[in-house]
Write a protein that binds this ligand. Sequence first.
Ligand code: ATP
Ligand code: MG
Ligand code: MG
Length: 549
Amino acid sequence: SEEKSLNFIEEIIETDLAAGKHKSILTRFPPEPNGYLHIGHAKSICLNFGLAQKYGGATNLRFDDTNPVTEDTEYVDSIKGDVQWLGFQWANEFYASDYFEQLYAFAVKLIEKGLAYVDDSTSEEIAAQKGTPTQPGVRNQYAERSVAENLQIFTDMRSGKYADGSKVLRAKVDMASPNMLLRDPIIYRIKHAHHHRTGDAWCIYPMYDFAHGQSDSIEGITHSICTLEFIPHRALYDWLIEQLEIFPSHQYEFARLNMTYTVMSKRKLLQLVNEGHVESWDDPRMPTISGMRRRGYTPKSIRDFCDRIGVAKRENLIDLSLLEFFVREDLNKTALRRMAVLDPLALEITNYPAGQVEMMQSENNPEMPETGEREIPFSGTLWIEREDFMEEASKKWFRLAPGAVVRLKSAYIVRCTGFEKDADGRVTKVLAEYIPESRSGSDTSGVHAKGTIHWISAAHAVQAEVRLYDRLFKVENPSAEEGDFKSYINPDSLQVIEHAYIEPALTAAQVGDHFQFIRKGYFTLDAVHSNASKLVFNRTVTLKDTWAR
Ligand code: ATP
Ligand code: MG
Ligand code: MG
């Protein structure tokens, strides 16, 4: 919006455009296809695509697929689906692996310029020779290899002559640099591994630092935005572009998004999946985009959240309840209102004509009058929520209790006349009388009910399973705690209610529809477990922030 002040990246872009440095901007979102995207990636997606939209540029989707061992096509497909679901469309779909030939040629160019050499040392030797941040490293004898010898060995590395780990190609930068990443970094390694796209065409693979910046440059990316941990990589990014004399992309860093009560690294999320702590990558408790979609979060709520948290230069921990705030805000405007009883208790209206059924009208969404009304069958035997009845109530209790009056949502006012209990002392039925003149919309009773409760006609109730979720971890920042992060998993993060009752209109629910179960929260059909013979609803979020803090 116009009033919002510019973030630091927008300032840079506006300066660049004003100075004529670029005619238009090109950003990229560069996921490694080694897992499903999470809310942190959503932040990066919203930022990269959002900047391009704001300044009339474009964004490439580039798979950073230079590590054959961990990557898979399954992840590629899920990533594309998630980006589109968030509401963004890339200008081009690229793969770093498409540039392998070009990257190889760049490496040859460095060798020819005397700026890269093949090193036969072990990784331990290389690490030892690098020195420490306060002590310069030393070059070994391999750094003295001639250009011709390096070209020959590098060619042989490519053709498969050498075993994994026996040789690497290093850039000849500066073994005394205070930046350890400039101490002759490894830019190619030997890995006889099958790649999900290039198959067995290659047995040498470029390292991240030799793939990322070069890919940016090949595509003509103007603003390459990444997270803070890449600050030390920027010097190498710039050095390589300068030595290769290629398009000068620039890297800018912002603080990664961290959120309370969850973990965000793909490695940790994979552990949660593989060890069965959650059902899958798209388990509704996961901070993945697919998990949030299945839980019922909307693309708009995620975009609004990412917009609101802005672009920071220092790491911080964002409260999960801020994201939930945006979910509620969106769903309040769009979700259809329905009634569902999660913990059923019978309510018998003793003066209602036996066998009579009335159709009650109820608004679908007061925020969207154009959605109209629906009909709900009403009868003398209802299900109400067990927590809406108290045997002995105080004056502040506005729900059912002996003698109390309450409005049944979109129906009648009833007065509680008694209740029944079983041998264990558990209430089995609440008795009430209705006030025939109090029907909603034509109430002439003059009776004032302070509370309104939801209900389902027992004869018309449809059974459904309802799943309630709590935060996945017991502590705010599991990654910062001592020991294994998994020891902080909340054992009660999923509560399955097998026999809830829902109103008949909900049988038309489709995956992707959003509902407000009146007084119970926002719900959506579970895309995995729900089917024609068994409806399963996930609670997306409660109506209020109910977490104790
Ligand atoms: P993870 O540590 O979760 O595995 P990653 O950085 O290794 O994440 P990539 O697939 O390389 O995952 O990420 C693609 C893009 O998303 C990168 O530009 C990365 O900087 C960005 N990104 C990843 N995590 C976050 C985060 N928590 N906040 C903001 N941006 C992120
Ligand atoms: Mg990465
Ligand atoms: Mg990673």
